[in-house]
Ligand binder design. Structure first.
Ligand code: SF4
Length: 85
């Protein structure tokens, strides 16, 4: 999954729903965290979704006001989020 920070509104819904994988950086936009909780501050950084939070991430992607959370299958096609939401 990844976040397109260019479209992020900074409302924080994703951080509320799945705080183990989403966090704000100092710019007030949401970024993803890797499997050890390290914030990935590169724009559009991709991380795999830990199984225990798949449902929360899909909910966040579905409800993201910026439609900027992309949940992708291994082949790169969209599973949830992005322009599907
Ligand atoms: S829910 Fe979407 S728009 Fe809101 S902070 Fe998260 S990534 Fe940004």
């Amino acid at each position: 999954m990844r976040v397109d920070q260019n479209a992020c509104t900074g409302d924080g819904l994703c951080v509320q729903l799945a705080p183990s994988v989403f966090e704000f950086d100092v710019d007030g936009l949401a970024y993803v965290k890797d499997e050890v909780g390290e914030l990935q501050t590169a724009a559009g950084a991709y991380v795999p979704i830990p199984l225990p939070v798949v449902d929360a991430v899909v909910d966040a992607a579905d409800e993201c006001p910026g439609t900027c959370i992309y949940v992708e299958r291994p082949d790169g096609t969209l599973e949830a989020g992005g322009p599907l939401s």
